[in-house]
Ligand binder design. Structure first.
Ligand code: M6R
Length: 366
């Protein structure tokens, strides 16, 4: 059932173009630009009364929530707060009936996320779950459920669940933005057109698989990795680092690039691979200065950037090319090379990719 792939993780990485389509296909009208979310149980007046959105999740789903914060704040102009299940549940959070609590969970059984949802419900919050597992505890206990339809995810390292969570957040963001009057139908139409193009672009990244394995070969002996991103790409740096440490057991840290000077820069030497997310964005120039700072300390930069981005390519040791898309959708594209890089490094080091030591697919105890 691995369909010819060596591991479930690799199969699931390659399933992402299809999984994305399954997430959005039945929720968008391809002509009129409408988003149909029958599963969302707040009426337009209730949406207008919302004062804030709070998202609760763990692990990779928490990284999706961090990307979601950027998406939802820019699309809906509502304050968005993100917390880990294990922190949220014990901190007596400010949540009330004008809060929309979005819990994100692939399995729908993560104990801390479930406890966070229950805590928010006791305080009167409205609840929406983004879940992959149908009929799971989090899905059953939430007022509204948005299923990601990624299909079963077997590999312990989450991949297609993550990218479909991001598509879900994008659709929810556009839907709320329209109800709140922040997006006109023609803008929604444009946003949806960008989404429809995404699966093909993901395929272009997957076509780089061989080249990424070679890059894996080049860096597989490193003992540490640093991942840097800014803005909406910062959570992708966290996710890239999490993937690598989970399955290859190499120590890796994800950092917002602007924080480098405040500590992690001390780690940089000629042995440290530094993965930078350096596509064109409003903070591209800032990212370029970070790259220069890393190179000045002889760090080995692996940049994920557009294939025609010569500014980056001419500076760094290694480039992984990605196609162009909108800023809001770019995290979905940028995470793919990081999943593949982690996969190949782990496979080359001979670890048990699908069942890494000490980890469970779903963490149902605290
Ligand atoms: O099922 P969930 O999405 O609630 O799981 C949350 C985390 O346990 C999960 O994402 C974990 O971090 C993965 N192993 C990441 O690859």
């Amino acid at each position: 059932e691995k369909a010819g792939y060596k591991h479930f993780m690799l199969k699931e990485i390659f399933e992402q173009p299809r999984a994305l389509i399954d997430t959005f296909r039945h929720r968008v009208d391809p002509h009129g630009g409408e988003i149909i979310l029958e599963e969302f149980h707040l009426n337009p007046d209730e949406v207008k009364r919302l004062k804030k959105i709070t998202m609760v999740a763990c692990g990779t789903s928490f990284h999706a929530a961090l990307v979601g914060k950027f998406m939802l704040e820019s699309l809906c102009r509502l304050p968005v707060e993100v917390d880990l299940g294990s922190e949220f549940r014990y901190r007596d959070p400010f949540v009330d009936s004008q809060t929309l609590l979005i819990s994100i969970s692939q399995s729908g059984e993560t104990a801390d996320t479930l406890a966070g949802l229950r805590e928010a419900k006791t305080k009167g919050a409205r609840s929406l779950a983004i879940c992959n597992a149908v009929g799971s505890s989090i899905a059953r206990e939430s007022e509204s459920v948005f299923y990601t339809h990624a299909g079963p995810e077997i590999g312990v390292a989450s991949t297609k669940a993550f990218t479909t969570q991001l598509v879900s957040l994008y659709l929810i963001g556009l839907y709320l933005a329209k109800q709140l009057g922040y997006r006109q139908p023609d803008q929604i139409q444009q946003n949806l057109q960008a989404l429809f193009k995404l699966p093909t672009l993901l395929q272009d990244v997957l076509d780089e698989n061989r080249a990424i394995r070679e890059i894996g070969q080049k860096y597989m002996k490193a003992n540490n990795f640093l991942y840097l991103g800014r803005g909406i790409h910062y959570p992708i740096a966290l996710e890239g680092a999490l993937k690598l440490k989970e399955i290859s057991y190499i120590h890796a840290e994800g950092y917002p690039a602007g924080e480098m000077k405040h500590g992690p820069i001390a780690l940089i030497d000629e042995h440290l691979p530094v993965v930078v997310l350096a596509t064109r964005s409003p903070v591209f120039e800032k990212m370029m200065s970070n790259i220069e700072e890393v190179i000045a300390r002889r760090g080995r930069v692996i940049a994920v950037s557009e294939s025609d981005n010569d500014t980056v390519r001419e500076k760094v040791e290694t480039t992984i090319p990605v196609p162009e898309t909108s800023l809001e959708l770019s995290p979905i594209l940028l995470v793919l090379p990081l999943q593949l890089l982690a996969y190949h490094i782990a496979d080359l080091r001979g670890t048990d990719v699908d069942q890494p030591r000490n980890l469970a697919k779903s963490v149902t105890v605290e």
